[in-house]
Each structure stands twice: as C-alpha cells, then as structure tokens.
Design a protein around this ligand. Sequence first.
Ligand code: APR
Length: 247
Amino acid sequence: MREKSAAASNPDAMSGATPRSHIVVLSGAGISAESGIRTFRGGGGLWHDFRIEDVATPEAWQRDPERALGFYNVRRRQLYSVEPNAGHRALAGLERDFPVTIITQNIDNLHERAGSSNILHLHGALDKARSTADDALIYDLAGRDIRLGNTCELGSQLRPHVVWFGEMVPELERAEEIVRHADVLIVVGTSFSVYPAANLAFLAPSHARKVLVNPEIPDTVGLDAFECIGEPAARALPRLAEELRKR
Ligand code: APR
C-alpha cells in the first residue's frame, strides 16, 4: 500500500442498474465518519496527530512495537463505543434485493455490525490479530488489546492484522476481479489517496453505473464517468438504495 502517486483514468459511459444487478461498493474511512470514527486526512484526520512512519509501517513495528500496538489498541477500544450509521445500514439493506459485495479500505467492523454479509477488507481488520511467524494464523480479538508478550500458538508475538504502508495488499487481485464484474459501483468515503486500493474505482466495466458519494468530491482524474453525490454517506446512501430498488 502506498500514498497516491499517479492518478489513474479510464472514464466510461454510464448506464442504469438492472434487476439483480451486482452492486459493488468501495468504501473508505468517510463512511464511518458519522459513526464518530476519525478519517485519516482532511480536517481532524488521524494522520494529523500521528505519523504514519511511527505507527503504521513494518519499520515502525521493528523500531517500537509497543507504540504501534498502542495506536491500534486505542482505535480498537473506540470501535466498541460507536455504532454503524444509516450509510452502513443502507448498504446492508441492499442485500435484500441485490447481490452486494463490499470492498472496504476500513479496518473497522461497522459494515459487519450493520448486517452486510459479503465484505472484503483490503487493509485488514482492527478486531483481529495475526502471528508474526505465520500469516495464516489469524485470531479474533473481540475488543481485547494486543500487548507485547501476547503470542500465537507457535510462540511468536501477535501483531495487528492490518496492511501497513509498504506491505502488499493480499486481497487485491480478488478485489479487482469483483470490481470488473460490477453492474453498479458505489465509491463512498474515500480520498483516493492510497494505492493500489484507489485504482479499483477505475476497473468497473463500461456498462456499469458508477456513483461517487463524498461531501468533498476528490479532484482525482478519471471521475467524469461517475455520478457524483456531494453529500455525507448517512444521508446519500439511504436515498441511493431506495432509488436502486425502484429501478
Ligand atoms: N460521508 C462520505 N464521505 C466522507 C464523510 C461522510 N460523512 N466524511 C468525510 N468523507 C470523505 C472525505 O471527504 C475524504 O475524501 O471521506 C474521505 C476520507 O479520506 P481518508 O481519510 O483519506 O480515508 P481513506 O480514503 O479511506 O484512506 C485510505 O489510507 O491511511 C490509509 O489505510 C488507511 O484505508 C486507509 C487509506
């Protein structure tokens, strides 16, 4: 994963949703903003108070694992004091009428707690830990902290099950394949700052209907194929879901 370097672009024509259209959602931190979870950039963003190099890179982990663990422990505890918002719930409700796949850059569990059942976490999950000896050993934390000395069954230190800057995004190919088969693509709450996740928004087929939901439409190149809704997710998504149902 890396911060934005070059914008992608392949604008295509728009078209409507048909019954049983496969709806694919690409969500970012903005969809959880109205639940009280801080975004990363823009006003009040997390990266204004913390340096990525100190808490969210493999080098940070090697240099000061306790600091990295503390950063994620605080965010995990907060997770259990917030609730999904109307935006998460609207996306979950779409599953009653359409096949829906949510590809999220978020590590919170608000899509799950809103009732969505088909979720791909591109950047990992805050409520899971992973062995530092074997990536396949993943453990549910259920809100518990990870501390130095907490080990996996092989005796190795546990780490947050998240993708740090500079690490590979293991689920990327699966996510690309999903977007390539979207009939409707909803991109909500992302600044398109981080690649390769941001590039997913440009892989939908030309026939797909593309909708962008963000109160501050990013200046990213290639968005002219998108219907842009310059509103917060908790207001825009319930209306969009209703409109999709009526089509
Ligand atoms: N509804 C919809 N969008 C919103 C809302 C809202 N209520 N509030 C803010 N936003 C938008 C902002 O305008 C911004 O474009 O959400 C976006 C949040 O951008 P970022 O903070 O950069 O979050 P994101 O795009 O998810 O970051 C990508 O960067 O730090 C890494 O791993 C981290 O997954 C994250 C990745």
